[in-house]
Design a protein around this ligand. Structure first.
Ligand SMILES: *[C@@H]1O[C@H](CO)[C@@H](O)[C@H](O)[C@H]1NC(C)=O
Ligand SMILES: *[C@@H]1O[C@H](CO)[C@@H](O)[C@H](O)[C@H]1NC(C)=O
Ligand SMILES: *[C@@H]1O[C@H](CO)[C@@H](O)[C@H](O)[C@H]1NC(C)=O
Ligand SMILES: *[C@@H]1O[C@H](CO)[C@@H](O)[C@H](O)[C@H]1NC(C)=O
Ligand SMILES: *[C@@H]1O[C@H](CO)[C@@H](O)[C@H](O)[C@H]1NC(C)=O
Ligand SMILES: *[C@@H]1O[C@H](CO)[C@@H](O)[C@H](O)[C@H]1NC(C)=O
Ligand SMILES: *[C@@H]1O[C@H](CO)[C@@H](O)[C@H](O)[C@H]1NC(C)=O
Ligand SMILES: *[C@@H]1O[C@H](CO)[C@@H](O)[C@H](O)[C@H]1NC(C)=O
Ligand SMILES: *[C@@H]1O[C@H](CO)[C@@H](O)[C@H](O)[C@H]1NC(C)=O
Ligand SMILES: *[C@@H]1O[C@H](CO)[C@@H](O)[C@H](O)[C@H]1NC(C)=O
Ligand SMILES: *[C@@H]1O[C@H](CO)[C@@H](O)[C@H](O)[C@H]1NC(C)=O
Length: 832
């Protein structure tokens, strides 16, 4: 017995004696005995370990994990032994024992003991001394991870191969944990035992020893054990519904932090009767979480199994629970109800509307939705069935109608249906607002009758009201009058006294393209006051307003240039430019000159000289004592407030040289019968226009002003005198009529006497030469059609009987705009 040598001869003999006595008496079964005595044994690495176990019964060995894997070196032989071979012996042989074979070796009876007091196992700790390997395991590069919980014991398992090895415990970076025998103890069979771990032990720890001058170091990383339950859930959605007799399976899944372990339990209606079987399982461990399952099953469920099932998850002080209710049904059924009302309302333009019914059914029925009796899927792609709900995307007016849900469990022959009415409200819309694209407002001729229309659609039918905001007139100098949408509006009614006189406010409804549209028309009897008209349409889902700038103009199109008279050299050149004060600003007179093919603008008169009146701003330009050099292109420029565009209107001015009056025809003698008429014609030219005076027998004939048939008429240079002669007057008339022409400017103009018949002017000589210089001023070219371009579109909406009346600032509506300088009125006869 080689091992007996180490333990001491005396001890060995003593034990042998005890063995003998026990077996000889046969009274009591003794525990197994090992050939090596004591609680520990030290042997050298590389030697062979012999360990024999002797016992009263069949036994087995319990060995360190490292030894069990040693199939080649390890052998265990069993034999009968003792007196009469009644005992059971087995011998363990481990050749070439290694340092990492250090550990507990024990021998244990296979049969369970009849009495608890009886010893059935013998254990010895064997150190396999190897000075090159003081630690069983070396973790030099990668530390071993040790899970710990604060307040609990933690062991740093730096076991050694010899009990004499002195080990120190260090903590990175500079601490040394000194065993105090209480909180921290050293056990060469276990390592360092920290009884009550604290946060101070969390981190990188190292066991160090120096053997033969060589430092050995093995590393550990303590990792705090947590109680973090990330999530607990029962995968089947609540409530769980099933028919009686089926199998209920509930799967509770818990996700935790990596170093968290959990306990999972169930509470449920049949708990006391242990109706359920529960299986627990650890799921696949991912890199950052643990998953645990607890699966509850009840076969052949009954009504009494219905109720709340709760899965409780516990980890230390952490706790989570998740529940689900279980419904058990005897047979298939459907109940369907309206959620709130039978009639539902929504608003057109909503991104999505959910039409849903309260349905209870088991098992799940087939669902079909109808709109006005037809499957919704055939109606529009905007309808989406989701469970017992119908989702209407981009709600439109045409979605109004009756919706029916059809529910069917065909295999059980259960059918139900329910209808609900959907009203789609539409916010009021004003069509004119949508189609108007002109930034600048229309101008309304002063004194005109105007019709303003708003075409409105909305559900429910909107109410329309008209409002008025007068423009501000600022009576200070350097002022700008303005109109603002922000002012408090005044409500209009046909009998009211607000703003312009209102002729009527009427409303007409018509169905156009299936939509009930309303046209509200305001007729302004007499446009006199500038302001803003607004039509406001409102219903319970919204309000919309259209502002119509109602700017009155006393000049056509709000921009007018006037040359009073084409001046002659030495006369004053008088130009005036009138623009609508709400439409234009920065009015300026320019003289355009072409120098080296470039047109130069010379600003000659500015806004500050302008005079603001009720409707317009007028800027006068006067060039005194005009000379021929003042001829040229004069332009009035103003900026459109709304478009920012600069509008230029030109006027060609040619200053005429003075020219003495000159007769183009002469009077000739004539003989006339009494009571007949005769016409004398005097034809003359000159600059400035000559004034014509008629003489009879050297007496000036007084001409009645304002009677064109009796006096002279334009053009002045061609004047006729017409007289009906009576018997009494014939003597007075005498043989000659005298036509005298007097130069207005040229005092030295000769007095001429014309006698005889009026004759045609010589060929090639224009009649009334001065008329060439007469210019008829026309309104500036229209910048846009007076009828809005969108009109056809609106007429389309309304059909041929359109209530839309365009507000036309037409020529005839301008009473002030007769041609400013009339052309020749013709050639009436002077008859006798
Ligand atoms: C024990 O140590 C030896 C080398 O000393 C090694 O080859 C063997 O794998 C180790 N056994 C175990 C189980 O770690
Ligand atoms: C372990 O072995 C070494 C040398 O092999 C020896 O010096 C030492 O005494 C041994 N330790 C024990 C406790 O036997
Ligand atoms: C462990 O230590 C903490 C504080 O360090 C102390 O509060 C607690 O009572 C200790 N527990 C035990 C069992 O010693
Ligand atoms: C081991 O330690 C014990 C007691 O501490 C001592 O008696 C023995 O001599 C030591 N053996 C060696 C080899 O150091
Ligand atoms: C429970 O759920 C998990 C995860 O969904 C799944 O892997 C597992 O198979 C389920 N167990 C049962 C019995 O349904
Ligand atoms: C069941 O779970 C829900 C949600 O987690 C919770 O609100 C409810 O209180 C729980 N019911 C019971 C009876 O525990
Ligand atoms: C709806 O149910 C009633 C009985 O509740 C039935 O008469 C009717 O035919 C059903 N309608 C449809 C469209 O199935
Ligand atoms: C008139 O215009 C002046 C200067 O722009 C301004 O200070 C004043 O407040 C205006 N008055 C009214 C009544 O708008
Ligand atoms: C259109 O509106 C009028 C006035 O509100 C109403 O009387 C009529 O019933 C409506 N017609 C339709 C088809 O909605
Ligand atoms: C001015 O322009 C006209 C035509 O555009 C050209 O014929 C003429 O040569 C130009 N004169 C000068 C001085 O550039
Ligand atoms: C008008 O101008 C001419 C030449 O430019 C000058 O001779 C004449 O005196 C001026 N007349 C008046 C009234 O200023």
């Amino acid at each position: 017995m080689g091992s007996c040598r180490d333990a001491g001869v005396l001890l060995c003999a003593l034990l042998g004696g005890l063995l003998l006595t026990g077996s000889s008496s046969g009274s009591k079964l003794k525990g197994p005995e090992l050939s090596l005595k004591g609680s520990q044994h030290i042997m050298q690495a590389g030697q062979t370990l012999y360990l024999k176990c002797r016992g009263e019964a069949a036994h087995s060995w319990s060995l360190p994990e490292t030894v069990r894997k040693e199939s080649k070196r390890l052998s265990i032989t069993k034999s009968a032994c003792g007196r009469n071979d009644k005992q059971f012996c087995s011998t363990l042989t481990l050749n070439m024992a290694q340092a990492n074979h250090t550990g507990f070796y024990s021998c244990k009876y296979l049969s369970t003991p009849t009495s608890k007091k009886k010893k059935t196992e013998s254990t010895i700790y064997i150190f396999i001394n190897d000075t090159d390997r003081p630690f069983l395991e070396m973790h030099s590069e990668i530390p071993e991870i040790i899970y710990m919980t604060e307040g609990r014991e933690v062991v740093i398992p730096c076991r050694v191969t010899s009990p004499n090895v002195t080990v120190t415990l260090k903590k990175f970076p500079h601490d040394t944990l000194i065993p105090d025998g209480k909180r921290i103890t050293w056990d060469s069979r276990k390592g360092f035992i920290i009884a009550n771990a604290t946060y101070r032990e969390i981190g990188l720890l190292a066991c160090e020893t120096t053997v033969n001058g060589h430092l050995y170091k093995t590393n550990y990383l303590t990792y705090r054990q947590t109680n973090t339950i990330i999530d607990a859930q029962i995968i089947t959605p609540s409530p769980v519904k099933l028919l009686r007799g089926r199998t209920l399976t509930l799967n509770c899944t818990t996700t935790t932090a990596l170093n968290t372990r959990v306990q999972m339990t169930w509470s449920y209606p049949g708990e006391a009767k242990k109706r359920a079987s529960v299986r627990q399982r650890i799921g696949r461990r991912s890199s950052d979480a643990n998953v645990f399952y607890s699966v509850l099953m009840i076969y052949n469920v009954q009504n009494r199994d219905k109720g709340l099932y709760t899965c409780h998850v516990k980890s230390g002080p952490s706790f989570k629970s998740v529940n689900t209710s279980v419904h058990v049904y005897d047979k298939a059924f459907i109940t369907v109800k309206h959620r709130k009302q039978h009639v539902l309302e929504t608003v057109a333009g909503k991104r999505s509307y959910r039409l849903s019914m309260k349905v209870k059914a088991f098992p799940s029925p087939e669902v079909l939705w109808l709109k006005d009796g037809f499957p919704v899927t055939e109606k529009s792609a905007r309808y989406l069935v989701l469970g017992y709900s119908l989702i209407i995307k981009d709600v439109a007016a045409e979605d109004a109608g009756d919706y029916t849900i059809l529910l069917a469990i065909k295999q059980s022959n259960v059918f139900k249906n329910l209808t609900t009415t959907l009203i789609v409200n539409v916010k009021p819309q004003i069509y004119e607002k949508a189609v108007s694209s002109f930034p600048d407002p229309t101008l309304y001729p002063l004194g005109s009758r105007q019709t303003l229309t708003c075409t409105i659609y909305g559900v429910p039918q909107p109410t329309v009201r008209w409002f008025w905001r007068p423009c501000h007139h600022n009576h200070s100098k350097a002022r700008y009058d303005f109109c603002s949408n922000n002012d408090e509006p005044l409500i209009l009614d046909p009998d009211g006294n607000v703003g312009n006189r209102i002729e009527s406010i009427t409303q007409r409804t018509a169905i156009i393209e299936g939509k009930n549209k309303t046209a509200s028309t305001l007729v302004v009897a007499d446009a006199r006051i500038s302001g803003i008209y607004s039509c406001v349409a409102s219903n319970k889902v919204g309000t919309v307003e259209r502002n119509i700038n109602f700017y009155i103009t006393d000049v056509p199109n709000g921009f007018h240039v006037n040359l009073e008279k084409m001046p002659t050299e030495g006369e004053d050149l008088k130009l005036s430019c009138t623009v609508n004060k709400f439409l234009y600003r920065d009015i300026t007179w320019l003289l355009l000159r072409t120098v080296k093919n470039r047109t130069m603008h010379h600003s000659i008169s500015k806004q500050k000289m302008a005079i603001t009146k009720e409707y317009s701003v007028t800027l006068d330009l006067t060039v005194k004592n005009a000379s021929l050099e003042d001829s040229g292109t004069y332009a009035c420029r103003a900026r459109n407030i709304y478009t920012g565009e600069e509008i230029l209107q030109k006027k060609e001015v040619t200053i005429r040289d003075q020219e003495a009056p000159r007769l183009l025809t002469s009077l000739s003698d004539r003989t006339v019968a009494i009571s007949s008429s005769s016409t004398f014609r005097c034809h003359v030219t000159g600059v400035p226009e000559p004034q014509i005076t008629w003489f009879k027998n050297n007496h000036q004939i007084q001409q009645e002003p304002g009677n064109p048939s009796e006096g002279h008429s334009h053009p002045r240079e061609e004047t006729q005198f017409r007289e009906s002669l009576t018997k009494a007057e014939q003597d007075f008339l005498g043989p000659r009529g005298i036509c005298r022409k007097k130069g207005m400017i040229s005092t030295q103009a000769p007095e001429s006497v014309c006698t005889g018949d009026a004759r045609q002017p010589p060929p090639g000589q224009p009649r009334g030469e001065a008329s060439r210089h007469l210019q008829t001023t026309r309104p500036p070219p229209m910048e846009r059609p007076s009828t809005p371009a969108q009109l056809p579109a609106l007429q389309g909406l309304w059909g041929p009987k359109s209530p839309w009346t365009p507000t036309t600032p037409g020529g005839s509506l301008f009473p002030l705009l007769g041609t400013t300088e009339a052309a020749s009125t013709g050639d009436p006869s002077f008859s006798f």
